[in-house]
Design a protein around this ligand. Structure first.
Ligand SMILES: Cc1ncc(COP(=O)(O)O)c(C=O)c1O
Length: 458
């Protein structure tokens, strides 16, 4: 850029920033902090990079909040959306259908874990979860089983920000303040192998967590509609459940007669090296929630998948009033569904899920080096889902004082070095787009490594 374009870009940035300050309230953002730290304002994308209004390029190191799959400006997805736009942008799914929604429902049923044949669309992960909760709750009512009205969730679980989803959330910082608005749910320990204040014997977290759940079910299954779980806790700090946990959970839910809802909003569509994380354990839940990567990270589509058994409990004569009373204006949006179909075609054509599984092994080798840093307590990885936990003291796992904000500082340094990340407290999250090449991944990890060295105390 010459000096004149440079000055023009700076003026434009200043103008947008002022408008942001006056009118835009950003989500999950302390606005004072944000406005004081020279926000990035994105104008366009190119492959795995985001480019701001001043022409600076950054690696999209968290896949634009965990959802980008192939990168930005993907010709196949762009063309699919344009093609759909020439037909129709939107038509409701309430009491009628549209072509891409029908085709996407069939496609999802074809790739989902066995038995999940019915697809209910919505616009965000939180809505997919709301629907799953209402579905499970009403399933028992429709079957004439009284009293099964409660949910079990995991400590540090996160399922979105709407009130129902928050009611089955268990992250103190995000959820505690809304307590008076929420319905109560049972909370059991998640098998976090690094840090687990909820378990008596943290050495075998999967068995401990399953035993705690079984104790609850033994006593209270008669009042429980469903258990909801993330196969890898995302917002809880990027914590993969140890192998055997999901399978054990499946068995317990079956044995005690409660539904299993698996929330794959973050883990679905290849993120962990399988199309769905459930596949690592050969588990099929009764209800599955998906979102984020479904459209390749293009448009707001989410879905709640259910088995025939769940669906059949809602199927009946009109005057039985067994229908699922839920829907949103943009449910099954044709542009979004067309993007999702193009995304799935491209995933298949490029064998993307297999590629993620193979590249994850290489990534694991590079990430292993980060663990040698004296202030890196734990490096957790499930495919392209990575959390690097920073600690003040490695031996005792003592955290830094929260006010030190090392997670944020590392991410700010990454931004200076050309990569956008967003931490969860002192867990630095790295979630690159799934189609990132090994060269691109190497560059992103190099930046992360340098930022850790630059920012953390020597
Ligand atoms: C496991 C899980 N469920 C639900 C959600 C909520 O999705 P959305 O932000 O699309 O509402 C998220 C978002 O991060 C998530 O990680």
């Amino acid at each position: 850029m010459d000096m004149q374009t440079d000055a023009k870009a700076e003026d434009r940035y200043a103008d947008l920033l002022e408008k942001n300050r006056r009118h835009l309230w950003n989500p999950f953002t302390q606005m004072k902090d944000y406005l004081e730290h020279e926000p990035v304002i994105i104008e366009r994308g190119e492959g795995r990079r985001l480019i701001d209004v001043r022409g600076r390029a950054y690696w999209d190191g968290v896949s634009s909040l965990w959802l980008n799959v192939h990168g930005h400006r993907v010709p196949e997805i762009d063309d699919a959306i344009r093609g759909q736009l020439d037909l129709i942008a939107h038509a409701t799914l309430l009491g009628q259908a549209n072509v891409p929604a029908v085709l996407l429902a069939e496609r999802l049923a074809g790739i989902a874990p066995p038995g999940l044949t019915k697809v209910f669309f919505s616009d965000s992960g939180a809505e997919a979860v709301e629907i799953a909760l209402k579905m499970a709750f009403q399933y028992w009512q429709n079957r004439g089983v009284a009293g099964k009205e409660k949910f079990v969730t995991m400590q540090e679980g996160y399922h979105g920000d709407t009130i129902g989803a928050v009611s089955v959330g268990a992250i103190e910082l995000f959820h505690a303040r809304y307590a008076p608005l929420l319905f109560p749910s049972y909370k059991v320990p998640y098998p976090n192998a690094y840090r687990n204040p909820y378990l008596d014997h943290p050495a075998d977290p999967a068995s401990g967590a399953l035993a705690a759940l079984e104790a609850l079910l033994r006593e209270r299954a008669g009042e429980i509609a469903a258990v909801i779980v993330e196969p890898v806790q995302g917002a809880g700090g990027m914590v993969p459940a140890p192998s055997g946990f999901l399978r054990g959970l499946r068995e317990l839910c079956r044995r005690y007669g409660v539904l299993l809802i698996v929330d794959e909003v973050a883990t679905g569509f290849g993120r962990t090296g399988r199309m769905f994380a459930c596949e690592h354990e050969g588990v099929s839940p009764d209800i599955l929630t998906v979102g984020k990567g479904i459209t390749g990270g293009y448009l707001p589509v989410a879905a709640t998948l259910a088995t025939d058994e769940v669906y059949d409990a809602f199927y009946g004569e009109f005057e039985e009033y067994k229908a699922l009373y839920h829907g949103h204006s943009y449910t099954g949006n044709p542009l979004g569904c067309a993007a999702a179909l193009a995304n799935l075609d491209l995933m298949e054509r490029t064998r993307l899920v297999e590629e993620v599984a193979a590249k994850s092994q290489v990534l694991a080798g590079w990430l292993g080096e980060l663990a040698h840093h004296p202030h890196v307590g734990d490096v957790r990885q499930a495919g392209f889902m990575v959390g690097v936990e920073l600690v003040a003291d490695k031996a005792s796992k003592a955290p830094f004082p929260p006010g030190d904000r090392y997670g944020w500082k590392v991410c700010w340094r990454c931004r200076d070095l050309g990569m956008l990340l967003r931490p969860l407290g002192d867990v630095v999250v790295f979630m690159p787009p799934l189609a990132s090449t090994l060269d691109e991944l190497a560059e992103m990890v190099r930046i992360l490594k340098q930022a850790l060295c630059d920012v953390l105390p020597a």
